[in-house]
Design a protein around this ligand. Structure first.
Ligand code: NAD
Length: 373
């Protein structure tokens, strides 16, 4: 029996070998592979609990290598995931990955301040790159990553898993098809309550680049954009601090308001002090909401006409990494390209600027930058 997943894969492989369709991959080494080899850089909690397990479910890529500074972790991972000793790197000898034909994709899962350095080193080693969110500390670093990947001829994606998951895709479809008419209002909240480990890197400005906005705020920004189908044309923002003794260097809670060129408005909140996880798009003739909207799934969705949005649950991270592998192998769409990460960082910088200027409105000239239909 051919399952739907098996059929899709066989069909894509057949298309790839037939010479028909838009075939991206001309690299003989890659074309001969059934699955692309992924190396995870940084074996912290996201790699341990999400990406490693997801790579057991992927159809087009598999875990082949790890980069870690902790020999004990290397032992545990190599046993659990059957990783060859020659595919285990430290941060010091990481550049040698260039010679390793089993590794096609390097996935950077490090503190934010290390994203640019490791994405650039990976691209210079000739590897395709997935860089975790937020893409980097600032727009200049995003540009460096994008330019290096372009020069090296490798593909680049940001770890925005939600673009590969069906609930988010359903909202995008409703928006694009104007199911309820034109958008009037979009709202998004993303945050959690942080009160343990005051020494964690997320509270250290040098390592994180910022607090809630850099961490969870990118989800609110993303929801406002996919939930409206447009980039905003302006933003104004406010910052709130209630536990300054805990959030010594980084922002605790930020709200921001967006204007869109069709006259719609948006409102976002992000926090390391408030647990929140939802998005809501309001149109001329109805609305759609996801709540939760950002967690690892299954998400939940409702519409104004009483429809419950429901999809079978699959690992978002497996879907995301497979989407990127298909982009490399079969020239399918890159659903979360580097330009999307850069666009969000432009908005992040504008939000911080607005706060520094007492909430002053910042113009945004983004056009369709980073919008993937
Ligand atoms: P974590 O603290 O659990 O892991 C960080 C890893 O980096 C650890 O293995 C640590 O040893 C290593 N590291 C190397 N140098 C370090 C240094 N100087 N200081 C601290 N750690 C150092 O963090 P995490 O939750 O795995 O997050 C890693 C990245 O993944 C972040 O950029 C985060 O935003 C992103 N992330 C994304 C999602 C998502 O849903 N897309 C979810 C969680 C985390």
């Amino acid at each position: 029996m051919i399952t739907r997943r098996g059929f899709n894969k066989n069909m894509l492989l057949a298309i790839a070998s037939s010479g028909f369709g838009a075939i991206a991959c001309t690299d003989k080494n890659l074309k001969s592979k059934q699955k692309l080899g992924v190396a995870l850089v940084g074996l912290g909690s996201y790699s341990q609990y999400q990406l490693g397990p997801a790579l057991l479910e992927t159809e087009f890529c598999q875990l082949k290598g790890i980069v870690t500074g902790t020999p004990e972790k290397a032992k545990i991972w190599s046993k659990k995931y059957n990783i060859d000793q020659k595919n285990i790197y430290s941060y010091q000898n990481f550049n040698a990955i260039k010679e390793n034909k089993e590794i096609d994709i390097v996935y950077v899962v490090l503190p934010n301040s290390m994203h640019a350095e490791y994405s650039i080193r990976a691209a210079e080693a000739g590897k395709h790159v997935i860089c975790e969110k937020p893409m980097a500390l600032n727009v200049a670093e995003c540009d460096e990553i994008i330019d290096t990947c372009a020069r090296a001829g490798v593909k680049l994606s940001v770890g925005y898993r939600l673009h590969s998951e069906p609930y988010t895709q359903e909202v995008k479809r409703i928006v694009a098809e104007k199911h309820y008419g034109d958008l009037r209002y979009v709202a998004a909240d993303a945050g959690y309550f942080s009160d343990t480990h005051p020494n964690q890197w997320r509270l250290n400005k040098k390592l994180s680049g910022g607090g809630a906005l850099m961490n969870m705020g990118v989800y609110s920004i993303q929801s406002c954009i996919y939930g409206s189908g447009q980039n905003p044309i302006s933003v104004m923002a406010q910052e709130f601090s209630t536990r300054a003794e805990y959030f010594k260097e980084t922002d605790e809670t930020i709200t921001a308001q967006f204007e869109f060129s069709n006259g719609a408005v948006g409102n976002m909140m992000t926090s390391h002090n408030i647990s929140a996880n939802r998005m809501y798009s309001n149109f001329e003739n109805g609305w759609v909401e996801l709540s939760p909207a950002n967690s690892y799934g299954p998400l939940e969705g409702n519409t104004s006409d009483g429809r419950k949005i429901k999809f079978e649950h699959r690992s978002q991270q497996a879907l995301q990494m497979d989407d990127f592998a298909k982009h490399i192998l079969f020239a399918s769409q890159n659903v979360a390209p580097g330009e999307m990460g850069k666009r969000d960082m432009i908005i992040v910088e504008s939000i911080y600027k607005s706060i520094a200027e007492g909430g002053a409105k910042q113009k945004l000239e983004l056009g369709m930058m980073g919008i993937v239909g």
